[in-house]
Design a binder for this molecule. Structure first.
Ligand code: ADP
Ligand code: MG
Length: 572
């Protein structure tokens, strides 16, 4: 492979295209661009392998734009993409790279959009057509798509087209375009059927392979949260509340129904959220993506299929609420963030039984995924207080407060006991009732949630606890420098176990005993055993019957019998 040039100008691109790239803020070509652009400009066929987010669109679109004859208003390039969203996205990219090419026209064509509109667009005369295989076939059969002047054909995300069952359509199209064309095939992976298509339809192609380690994932900070104790929804809202640099987020769930349900719950909690799934019609889906783009909403809850290829630079976070089915889906998902040279964040929720999937993802992406410590209630409260103060300072700076100041003066005069400080405190109290500022005012279920349907089992066990306690052994003790507060803190703040449901804590030398409600579910126990205190896994296990009767009683009499402290901040 050639040494990586440091500028687009070195690649032989025209001044018009260079100007567009500079407008867009592209400083240096990505590795796939550096490798593909000169080769495609020279007219040869190409087989490109690279993960999502490596900049493939510009790698094939720029040479296409440079090579077309604008005066000839006939399709000269055809790009096949697996989904409508992707087709639209590629069309938008072409349009933006062609901003200094007056008279340039591009048309995305895909199923679900009215045929009439597409016929009109094609009739007006376009230079580049981007389409999904089925619809392109339709147009070729109807003779509404004249490909006799085609010079370049690109198959974008070929493996995805294969996965979606389009491979026969793709071959059919390959057989119905002029044989003299240039063909480029891009794929993240090279499964056998794709390799066969390449061998059959590409003419002595140059191969370009970009190692996955240089792919987008390096610009993405990946973390996982081991689902434990707290309900996923509550964990999610805590994360949304305290994550730094959160601009927009895309949340992945497994089913269409779940997109609507979760979006609704987030809306009820005051977030600008919307669902995105395959049941929505195209207009609605496009509108939703536009809203996300322009800040009308900040969160989209999507399924894999509906979100594929979305390119919205302000997506700062991808949250895998439900774990993806496979590694490939994971890579596609997180490729929605860290775009346009920005730093991205990916957070994966992992249930205990899904740990193996997590490890598989780590191996396949060759990137470590760090554990995420769920923000404690105190952290959430601290953040709210900081925002509250900021808000007040802003109002003082920007609003005319004379009228309101007079009311405060009046109040102070009328009530001899209250001064301005106390009045301000009362106002602060009133303002925060919907969104409490104190950590102990934060419930596990957000205040506006009314129904009980969404409450997880874990939570119920802890929240509604009134019954008997049972001793559990945990693997930290005095020698580890642990204090009872650390244990309460971990159980309450990190695992979301209600403070009241935690009984006596007995510190022993190298282990401790903590009383928790009897009959915790296996799942909860398993989840709790992953908690860490003083860097040590708690390994929470019910104290064996025998041990309970002898040792525990004995230890209780002899060991320190620390009273449970009030909840305190336990950030690591
Ligand atoms: P892929 O098709 O490989 O998944 P895209 O072509 O969609 O990747 O590009 C991913 C993102 O990176 C897009 O937001 C695009 O605008 C941006 N991008 C592409 N090339 C560059 C570059 N050279 N410099 C900065 N940003 C770029
Ligand atoms: Mg792409």
């Amino acid at each position: 492979m050639m040494s990586s040039p440091s500028s687009f100008a070195d690649l032989g691109l025209s001044p018009e295209l260079l100007a567009a790239l500079s407008d867009l803020g592209y400083e240096t070509p990505s590795p796939i661009q550096a490798a593909c652009i000169p080769r495609l400009l020279s007219g040869c066929d190409l087989l490109g392998m690279a993960q999502t987010g490596t900049g493939k669109t510009a790698a094939f679109a720029l040479p296409i734009l440079q090579r077309i004859d604008i005066r000839k208003r006939l399709p000269q390039a055809l790009i096949l993409a697996p989904t409508r969203e992707l087709a639209i996205q590629v069309a938008e990219s072409c349009q933006s790279y062609a901003r200094h090419l007056p008279g340039f026209h591009v048309a995305p064509i895909y199923g679900g959009q009215s045929m009439g509109l597409q016929l009109k667009q094609l009739g007006r005369g376009v230079h580049v057509v981007i389409g999904t295989p089925g619809r392109v076939m339709d147009h070729i059969e109807r003779k509404s798509l004249d490909l006799s002047n085609l010079t370049t054909l690109v198959l974008d995300e070929a493996d995805e087209m294969l996965r979606m069952g389009f491979i026969d359509d793709v071959e059919w199209i390959l057989q119905h375009v002029p044989a003299t064309r240039q063909t480029a095939l891009f794929s993240a992976t090279m499964p056998e059927p794709i390799r066969r298509v390449a061998q059959r339809y590409l003419n002595d192609p140059e191969e370009v392979k970009i190692k996955s380690t240089t792919a987008t994932v390096t610009a993405i900070r990946q973390r996982y949260w081991q689902v434990s104790g707290l309900h996923k929804l509550d964990a999610l809202t805590r994360i949304l509340e305290v994550e730094d640099n959160l601009d927009a987020a895309i949340i992945f769930v497994r089913t269409k129904t779940a997109t609507a349900e979760l979006a609704e719950k987030l809306e009820a909690r005051g977030y600008g959220a919307a669902a995105l799934n395959g049941d929505m019609n195209q207009v609605l889906r496009e509108r939703t993506i536009d809203q996300l783009k322009n800040g009308g909403i900040d969160i989209v809850v999507a399924t894999d299929v509906a979100a594929r290829g979305i390119d919205v630079p302000r997506i700062s976070h991808v949250i895998n609420y439900d774990i993806p089915n496979d590694t490939e889906a994971y890579v596609h998902r997180i490729g929605r963030t860290g775009r346009a040279g920005r730093q991205g964040n990916a957070i994966l929720f992992v249930a205990p039984r899904e740990i193996r999937t997590l490890r598989a993802i780590e191996r396949a992406t060759r990137q470590p995924i760090e554990p995420l410590v769920l923000p404690s209630k105190q952290a959430v409260a601290d953040r709210r207080v900081a925002q509250f103060k900021e808000q007040i300072m802003q109002v003082i700076e920007s609003e005319d407060l004379d009228f309101f100041a007079e009311i405060v003066d009046e109040l102070a005069e009328e009530s001899s006991e209250s001064d301005a400080r106390e009045i301000a405190a009362a106002l602060a109290f009133l303002v925060q009732q919907e969104r409490p500022l104190r950590a102990d005012g934060l419930s596990d279920v957000a205040p506006r949630e009314s129904g009980g349907a969404s409450r997880g089992r874990h939570q119920e066990e802890a929240r509604d606890y009134r019954g008997a306690l049972q001793p559990y052994r945990i693997d930290v003790g005095r020698v580890h420098g642990v204090a009872p507060g650390d244990i309460v803190g971990a159980l309450a703040n990190e695992a979301g176990i209600n403070n009241r449901a935690i009984g006596r804590i007995t510190l022993l030398d190298d282990y401790s005993i903590v009383e928790l409600p009897t009959g915790l579910s296996k799942e909860t126990l398993n989840a709790l055993s992953f908690l860490r205190v003083r860097q040590r896994p708690l390994k929470l296990t019910p104290l064996a019957q025998r041990e309970r009767q002898s040792k525990y009683e004995q230890d209780r009499r002899g060991g320190s019998n620390d009273k449970k402290p009030r909840k305190r901040k336990t950030e690591k």
